[in-house]
Structures are given as C-alpha cells and as structure tokens.
Design a protein around this ligand. Sequence first.
Ligand code: ATP
Ligand code: MG
Length: 381
Amino acid sequence: MQNLLLVRYGEIFLKGLNRPYFIRALVRKVRYAVRGMGAEVWVHDGRIFVRGFNDLEECISRVTKVFGVHSVCPAVEMPKEDFEAICAQAVEMAKDLKGTFKVNARRADKRYPMNSMAINEEVGYRILQANPDLKVDVHNPEHLVNIEIRDMAYLYVKVIPAVGGMPVGTNGNATLLLSGGIDSPVAGWMIAKRGVQINAVHFHSYPYTSDRAKEKVLDLARKLSFSCCGIKVYVVPFTEIQMAIHEKCPEEYTTLIMRRYMMRIAERIAKDTESEALITGESIGQVASQTMTALGTTNAVVEMPVFRPLIGFDKSEIIDVARKIGTLEISELPYEDCCTVFTPRHPATHPKMDKILEGEARLDSEELIQRALDGVEMIRV
Ligand code: ATP
Ligand code: MG
C-alpha cells in the first residue's frame, strides 16, 4: 500500500488537442514544486500523481499552490486482487465523514471479477456498517468514496481545493513591475494565474531605499514563486535617474517622469527576456500618477501591451486578494519605496505632455537608461 497525491486539473482539461501539452507543462511545475522532497511525479491515463514524498501535509501545501492545479486528493494505491483489503481501506478513509455519501467505483480493467455496481454496493454496505454518521445519497452526495480499478486499485475520498488557473508558461511570458507595495504583487499573481510566466523588475534607489526594502521585494517575489514555480527578479539601480529627474525636471512632474523611465527600462528588459507584455499594479485614480491622463503619459513611452489587471479595483478589493494570496503581510512591512523618497508636494494630476517632454529633454536619457541596464542584478527566487 502506498500513499499518493492525485493532482486534478480543471480548465486545462478543456483544451482539446492541446491537452497533452498542458499536462506536460503542469507536470513540470508540480515537479518543481515538490523538488527536494524525494517525490516522484508521473502521468498515468491522463492523471497526474505524486508519490514517494516524506511529508503529506507539506506536499499538499506545495502542490495546491501551483497554478493549473484545481484540487488534490490524498489517495491510496494498493493491489486490486485483495477485495477485502480494499473494503477495509475504504472504511478507514470514510471513518470521519458525516452526512451523505456514495461509492463511486470505476473499472478501467474490465477483466476484474466484480463490476462497478457490485463494488459500489459491497463497499457502500461496509462503510454504512462501520460509520453510523453516514447515509447513502446516490444523486447528490456530500462525499464521494472513489475506487478506481486499473493496474492497481486507487482509493480517494478527500478533495482539497487548490489555486486553479493554468500552468505558467502555457500562455507566454510577461514582465511585472514589482514594487514593495500592495498592488503590484496582486497584479502579477492575477496575470500569472492565467498561465503567463512572469519575471519581475524592481527599481531600487540605494541608499535612499535600504537593502531591507529590496529583501522585502524578493520576499514578495518568493510568495508568487510558490505558484509560478520560479521567478527571475531584475533589480535595477535607479538612484542616478531619480537624482537627475529631481535636479532637472519641474517638481510636479517628477513622479510621472520617473514612472516613464521605469516603463522604458522595464520594456527593454522585457524584450531581452522574450516577454510580450508589461504588468503594473495601477488602478484608475488611486494616486496622482494614476489618473487617466497620467496613465496615458506613462503608457505612451512603450510599444508593448501593458496589462493592468487591477485597473477597476478599489483598494479594499485589492487588499482582500493580497490577504488571500499571502502577500499582504509582506507588503505592509514599513520599508521605504523609491517612489516615496522623491515624492513631489503637488504632483500634476492633469499633466501636459509638452511639460513632460521639456523636462525629459534636459536629461541624457539614453545614457541614463544604459547605465541603469548595465547595473541590473538578476536574482532567481
Ligand atoms: P504598489 O502598491 O504596487 O506599490 P502604488 O499604489 O504604490 O502600487 P505607484 O507607486 O504609483 O502605485 O506605482 C504604480 C505601479 O508602478 C506599481 O503598481 C508597480 O507596478 C510600478 N512600480 C512602482 N514603483 C516601482 C518600483 N520601485 N519598482 C518596480 N515597479 C514599480
Ligand atoms: Mg508603490
């Protein structure tokens, strides 16, 4: 007898001829998630199993976070010949259940001496005898006791919901502008959930922002990485650009101009890493740099599509998601962000493009951008 984890996928099942491709992608991600646990991940009849892990709870915790996993079921694999042992195992697995149940036997091996009906009846009877808290309901049961007869017998009862979405990489790559705030990790999570492999760009203004602020951003990326199975974080030295903007551009435009440089640099990194889009945590009207006019001016410097999945979210809705995905407690740590260091007293809410261009014309843009790119540090999390 052996403990396994059956990994169930939802939406990717619908992908028709692409299904094997999606399953392979998901298997790679699940393998990544359980690395170091001594576990083996394999596909059998279009189903994904994990076995050989030393810690079931840890294995469940890791696998349920992987995008593309719909639910997991702790399962038992045993020889199918000993029907008594199968009954005993089913009784054991149903012993804590309450309410209604049904046995759901499937016989892939048609030579098996009992048919599914007979298995259902016999196992159902044994469970009822052993657990007085249960009643049979064949139409709408609260619990399913699944028994699959294949090369071996597989039994599973408990269904543990997982994160859902699609395996990352099956829908291309995008680059997330990741600050230490609440919004951008949520934005990245939402896009990655749709099967997009993300990498992150963080603008760091050492020494105005500390190493702890950078560490915080890496912690956020690590949180996302549990679901994305590996993220590259590009840390861009941004101090020189910020200083130059601060010195030479009109004060009410400094934030916007800074945001335009962030977009330009992120797009360069995105192109180098085969990303097809940028992702930001912007939401209409949240701050001065996110009025529609302001968003237009930052959008104008890039050619790539910019995904802003939070565009119509209230802050409270964003916070709810951040709490659910576990990034909120990290984002709320107090370390300073490069945006807050050089914040103007009265940022322009209806920025004029000619003023922005006038300001930027005083900067040696190409050289500044190149030097920032030369100083990029890549960290895998
Ligand atoms: P967040 O909560 O993500 O920090 P915010 O509400 O603070 O967002 P802004 O500071 O205006 O908003 O930033 C808007 C977006 O620009 C962020 O969601 C993020 O995508 C990007 N951004 C801001 N600062 C940085 C940074 N230091 N490094 C990388 N991206 C950044
Ligand atoms: Mg921010």
